[in-house]
Structures are given as structure tokens and as C-alpha cells.
Design a protein around this ligand. Structure first.
Ligand SMILES: [Zn+2]
Length: 116
């Protein structure tokens, strides 16, 4: 294990992270459309040997009771509350739906079976 890897907090990684397409995204649980201003739940994970976080699923707040993570050996998993905002790119004149103000509510370490 290397002590040189700097762990970036998921809140930092996912602030401004682009999701969905065409200014809207889809709840992975109920398929409802979520868009700018909606509060969402983001499920993300990172394998122990990777430095990149990946979004596993995005859900609307109505599906917040489905926040059951499947513990994956060797993966760090987080559940975050966040909201959606549209960020305009002046260069391409495209607007992208992005994650804003994420807050980690559940954290699952790769080895510790810690419960939130
Ligand atoms: Zn939903």
C-alpha cells in the first residue's frame, strides 16, 4: 500500500460532476426524470486500486429509502445527498446538468464493515 496517494474527498470530486444528458437525468430506481433544482441521491464507488470515483447510480429523493449499498470487497462506497444545477459552457454553448453541494451520508470502507 502506498502512502503517497492523496485521497480526494468525494464531496470535492463530485462537485460539478456532469450527469445525465440534455439537461435532465433519470432516477435509476423509479425512472422518474430529475432536472435542475431537484434534490438527488448519488451512489458512488471507488475501487481500492483506483484513484477515480465512479457514479454507480443517481436517484430522486423519493427513492431515498432504497439506499442499500451492496458491500463490495475492495471498494469504497458512498451515498451522497446533492442537488442538480445546470452549468452553462460559454465555449460550446451547451448546458450540462451537474451535481452540486454533495454531502456524504453513508460511507462504506473497503474492509471495515462499518455501519453508518
Ligand atoms: Zn426515483
Amino acid at each position: 500500500m502506498s502512502g503517497e496517494i492523496v485521497d480526494a474527498a468525494p464531496e470535492q470530486v463530485f462537485e460539478g460532476h456532469a450527469v445525465g444528458a440534455g439537461g435532465k437525468a433519470c432516477c435509476g430506481s423509479c425512472r422518474r426524470t430529475v432536472r435542475e433544482g431537484d434534490r438527488i441521491i448519488v451512489y458512488a464507488y471507488r475501487m481500492s486500486d483506483m484513484r477515480r470515483w465512479s457514479v454507480a447510480q443517481l436517484s430522486c429523493r423519493s427513492c431515498s429509502d432504497l439506499d442499500v449499498l451492496t458491500p463490495t470487497l475492495g471498494a469504497t462506497e458512498v451515498v451522497m445527498n446533492a442537488r442538480l444545477a445546470v452549468t452553462a459552457d460559454a465555449a460550446t454553448q451547451e448546458s450540462r446538468l451537474t451535481i452540486r453541494a454533495p454531502q456524504v451520508t453513508t460511507f462504506s470502507a473497503p474492509e471495515e464493515g462499518r455501519e453508518a
